[in-house]
Ligand binder design. Sequence first.
Ligand code: DAH
Length: 358
Amino acid sequence: MQDTHSLRQELLESIGTAADLEALEQLRVTTLGRRGRITDLMRQLGTLSPELRRSRGQDLNRLKTDVEAALEERRQAMANSALESRLLEEQVDITLPARPERRGMVHPISQTIDALTALFCEMGFTVVEGPHIETDYYNFTALNIPPEHPARQEQDTFYLPADPTGTPRVLRTHTSPVQVRVMERTTPPIRIIVPGRTFRSDHDATHSPMFHQVEGLVIDRSTHMGHLKGCLIDFCRAFFGVDDLPVRFRPSYFPFTEPSAEVDIGCTRAGGELRIGPGDDWLEILGSGMVHPRVLANCGIDPDIYQGFAFGMGIERIAMLKYGIPDLRAFYDCDLRWLRHYGFLPLRIPAIPGGIDR
Ligand code: DAH
């Protein structure tokens, strides 16, 4: 019977020098397949005495496991280098000028972010971004949402494995954690907006597991509810392009603001058609409030000196309302016909001088 030591050397060497995936597969079949060499040797075990069978069996098992591992490792290495060479081969120079016959369109989400960025920047806000993978602390605890708080359940959180130091992590369920990150590292005055992706385990005609929000935060010594109202009324009227748009502030509750208000805009639904503007009906579009003193303190800002407001809204929602897009799911179908219909020409960049709806 062949000694496993030399067989092992021979097989490992052949695996190491196999030219391609096909050769590797051939090797697998001839060693581990039904008529493979290791399989054959295992079959012969029955002819041995019990003691010999035991030690020989262990040897063969070890050999089999090692050969399988070596095959897999080599297969991975080949797959990786195949991918690398394919990536090199298919490299695209994205700085080349666009081909007019294949003109790309700007996605309505990007257009909406550009429009609201233009408006808020005109009011003196700057744009900040933050990580999609957040710690439980930034997504919840620092925002005054302690471990047993019902808001944690309401947010359908995607939980991730803890990081190497054991810190629990989540995909951020809202853009509010970026408030905390900015307050921790900035001495007021603060005036920021945070557009970005957010994630919740929820999927139907009006919810997508990945969606976008924009968060706003203003902190100063004397910022008050009047500033909140003025800022958001101006924003809603400019964003929807309706000068006399009614805007209503309705008392509400968020753990991170006190007092809190939900903001509705006026609309009509006559004849089943939704129109934004003065009318007899209301549409809720955003959440807001005065930043809770405990949140300020959590971020190292003295609530006896500073105060301010925050707000948050869903970007898909305001995009659907502004551009008359009926179904949320189409945003992520990557259907070119949809994009050609609802997308924007690349040079129609929303800006204050030319108007956000050029
Ligand atoms: N984070 C809230 C949500 O995802 C939205 C929100 C409401 C943000 C009120 C705020 C705020 O900053 O003040 O539903």
